[in-house]
Ligand binder design. Structure first.
Ligand code: MN
Length: 519
C-alpha cells in the first residue's frame, strides 16, 4: 500500500513537471526570443514504472519487480545525484552524462549507467501484447535475416555473458543493428564503450533482476523476456534516432531566424579582440577546446574531413543547411568568445563560483582562465549547444549574420578589386562552392597570364603610414595567410598589398609601402 501511494505521488509530480515544461516551451516558442541562459543545477529524476509491479508475471514476479524498482533503480538515481552534487558546475541530462562518461568518476559511471539502463528497461517492457511491426522490424529482418534468427543470436549473447551486465540491440552510427553485451551498468552509448551505438532494446542480466523467480535458470528468464517486449517503444526509439537529423535541422532553421544576440558591448569586444590578437596561446587554447566540444556535441554531423568535399576542412557539415555549417566559425570568432565568457560568468556567479577573468590579465593567467572557460563549457556542453539555450541562439544568429556580412563584404570587395587590378578576371571563391575558403584562407582569386593569384579579404578600420611602413588597424582576426595578396575592405575603400613580406606587429598587419597595389 505504501508503495502504491508513493507511486501515485511520483506520477502526479511527474505529470505536473511535464505540464510545466510544455507550457514554458510554448511560451518560449510563441515569443521566439530571449531564451534563458543556464542558471540552475539539474537533478536526475526518477522515471515512473509504466505498469504495476505484478503486471509482468509471465516474465517476472511482483516481489522482484518491486525490489528492482524501489531498491536497486532508485538507489542508482539517489547515489548518482549525491555524486553529482559534489561536482559544482556539472549540469547535464542523464543521457548526456552517459554519452560523455569518460570524463566522470567510476562511481558516477556505475550509478549513471544504473539509472539510465533501468529507466530504459522499464519502458522496453509491457504487460499488453505489443506486435512486432514497424521500421525497426524491417531493419532487424534486413540485418539478421529473420526474427527467429535475431532472437536466437540475442539469446546466445545473453546466455554467454559472464557475470553482471546487460545484453543489447544497438543502432550503430552507420545505421546498422547489432547485438552486444556490456558489463556492470555500462551502456552502449557510453563513450568508453568501443563500437557501441544507441540502445534500442536491453535485458538486465544481473542476478537481482531474476534470481528470486528463476534461481540459476537464466536461460528461462531470457526466453520469457520475449513475451513482454514493448516493440512499440523499441520502434519509437529507432524511428526517432533515424529521423533525428532531419528534425533537428528543421528546428534549427527557426532558431537562426528567431535568435537574439545578447553579445558584448563595444569596449568588451575591443578588449577581447586585443586578447585574441596579442596572445596566440589564448586563441589556440580556445580553438582546440571548442573543436573538441563541437566534435562531441555534433557527433553525427562531424567530419574529420568531409567525404563529399575533397580537400575541405574538418568540422560540422549538414547541420543548419546542407554543406559546411556556419557553427564552424565559432572557434575563431572573438565576438562570440566574448559572448560565451559573459554568459558562462552569469552562470558561474549564480552558482557562487569565480567568474572567468581574461581581460587585463598577464598572458599566463589569460591561458589558465581560457582553459577554465573551456572546462566549464565542456561541463555544460549539451545544454549550451541545444536549441533551447539562449547562448546557443545568440551564437547562431551572430554567426549567421557574420556569414552574410562577410559574403557581402567579399562581393563588394571583388567589384573594387576589378577596378584596382584593371581586369574582369577577379572571382569570389565561395561562388563556385569550393572548400578553398576554409582550407587556405582564399576568399578570391584572379586569373592572370602568369597563372592564378589568390587573395584573402579582411575588414579593416583604418591604416596609417609611419616610419616607412603601413600599419592596418582593426582587421578582425590577425594571422599569417599564404595567399598572394591581402585585401582590406570597409564601406569606404578597398586596399590591397602583395603578401610576400607581410609582418604582424602588436596584433596588426604591417606592410612595405611599395607592396601596396594602387589602381
Ligand atoms: Mn537491474
Amino acid at each position: 500500500m505504501k508503495f502504491s501511494k508513493l507511486h501515485k505521488r511520483i506520477s502526479e509530480l511527474e505529470e505536473m513537471m511535464e505540464f510545466d515544461e510544455v507550457i514554458s516551451r510554448q511560451i518560449e516558442e510563441s515569443e521566439g526570443i530571449n531564451k534563458p541562459i543556464l542558471l540552475e543545477m539539474k537533478k536526475v529524476g526518477i522515471d515512473r514504472l509504466p505498469y504495476s509491479f505484478s503486471a509482468l508475471e509471465v516474465f517476472i514476479d511482483q516481489e522482484t519487480m518491486s525490489t528492482h524498482y524501489n531498491k536497486h533503480y532508485k538507489g542508482y538515481v539517489d547515489k548518482l545525484n549525491k555524486a553529482l552534487e559534489k561536482r559544482k558546475g556539472s549540469d547535464m541530462e542523464l543521457e548526456q552524462i552517459v554519452q560523455s562518461i569518460n570524463r566522470f568518476t567510476d562511481d558516477i559511471r556505475n550509478n549513471a549507467g544504473g539509472a539510465f539502463n533501468h529507466a530504459l528497461f522499464w519502458k522496453m517492457l509491457t504487460p499488453t501484447e505489443s506486435r512486432a511491426t514497424g521500421p525497426v522490424i524491417q531493419r532487424i529482418k534486413k540485418d539478421f535475416g529473420t526474427m527467429e534468427e535475431f532472437k536466437k543470436q540475442f539469446n546466445d549473447e545473453a546466455t554467454k555473458k559472464f557475470g553482471s551486465g546487460w545484453v543489447w540491440l544497438v543502432l550503430t552510427n552507420s545505421g546498422k543493428l547489432k547485438i552486444m553485451t556490456t558489463s556492470n551498468q555500462d551502456n552502449p552509448l557510453m563513450d568508453t564503450i568501443k563500437e557501441g551505438g544507441y540502445p534500442l532494446l536491453g535485458l538486465d542480466l544481473w542476478e537481482h533482476a531474476y534470481y528470486l523467480k528463476y534461481r540459476n535458470r537464466r536461460d528461462q528468464y531470457i526466453k520469457n523476456f520475449w513475451k513482454v517486449v514493448n516493440w512499440k517503444f523499441v520502434n519509437k526509439i529507432y524511428v526517432a534516432r533515424t529521423e533525428k537529423k532531419l528534425k533537428e535541422s528543421v528546428k534549427f532553421k527557426q532558431i537562426i531566424s528567431e535568435g537574439q544576440s545578447r553579445g558584448c558591448n563595444r569596449n568588451q569586444l575591443e578588449a577581447f579582440r586585443e586578447v585574441f590578437n596579442t596572445n596566440p596561446d589564448v586563441k589556440s587554447t580556445y580553438r582546440r577546446g571548442i573543436d573538441s566540444i563541437m566534435k562531441t556535441v555534433f557527433k553525427e554531423y562531424w567530419y574529420d574531413q568531409n567525404q563529399y568535399e575533397p580537400g575541405s576542412f574538418y568540422g560540422v557539415y549538414d547541420f543548419e543547411q546542407p554543406g559546411r555549417s556556419v557553427i564552424n566559425k565559432l572557434n575563431t570568432n572573438y565576438t562570440l568568445f566574448c559572448t560565451i565568457v559573459n554568459d558562462v560568468n552569469t552562470y558561474l556567479r549564480h552558482q557562487g563560483l569565480d567568474a572567468i577573468n581574461i581581460v587585463g590579465q598577464n598572458p599566463d593567467v589569460q591561458i589558465k582562465e581560457t582553459q577554465r572557460l573551456i572546462s566549464v563549457i565542456r561541463d555544460l556542453q549539451f545544454r549550451i549547444f541545444d536549441t533551447n539555450s539562449g547562448t546557443f541562439s545568440a551564437i547562431m544568429s551572430t554567426l549567421d549574420a557574420k556569414h552574410k556580412q562577410g559574403d557581402q563584404r567579399e562581393l563588394d570587395a571583388v567589384v573594387n578589386l576589378k577596378k584596382i587590378f584593371g581586369t574582369d578576371e577577379v572571382f569570389k571563391t565561395g561562388e563556385l562552392g569550393s572548400g578553398e575558403d576554409m582550407l587556405k584562407g582564399v576568399d578570391a582569386y584572379m586569373q592572370t597570364p602568369e597563372g592564378t593569384k589568390t587573395m584573402q579579404i579582411k575588414p579593416f578600420g583604418s591604416y596609417e603610414e609611419k616610419d616607412g611602413k603601413i600599419t592596418v588597424y582593426k582587421t578582425a582576426q590577425v594571422k599569417p595567410y599564404k595567399t598572394d595578396y591581402l585585401v582590406f575592405h570597409n564601406n569606404r575603400e578597398t586596399i590591397v598589398f602583395k603578401n610576400n613580406r607581410t609582418e604582424i606587429v602588436d596584433g596588426n598587419y604591417v606592410f612595405n609601402p611599395e607592396d601596396q597595389i594602387k589602381g
